[in-house]
Design a protein around this ligand. Structure first.
Ligand code: SF4
Length: 75
């Protein structure tokens, strides 16, 4: 939501981890992997807060394959 007007990603999230206030990464992580991803990341010395989510919010949205804010150049 670069301009805060689209919101397609918010509708795609099954656990409401994305709101106008931001991205609740703990809720996101728990949806996809529970504590397993956090434990794996920390076991390798990583940051347990930086794990992947389910990615539904990145599919079937206007910015999935292109930047919808970028002007279309016709030739
Ligand atoms: S990755 Fe999944 S759980 Fe996380 S914000 Fe996106 S849709 Fe929601």
């Amino acid at each position: 939501m670069s301009k805060g007007i689209c919101g397609a990603c918010m509708k795609r999230c099954p656990v409401n981890a994305i709101t106008k206030d931001g991205h609740d990464k703990a809720k996101c992580r728990m949806k996809a992997y529970g504590d397993a991803a956090k434990e794996l990341a920390t076991s390798y010395g990583g940051d347990g807060k930086q794990t992947a989510g389910c990615a539904l919010c990145q599919t079937n949205v206007p910015c999935e394959f292109r930047n919808p804010n970028k002007a279309v150049v016709r030739v």
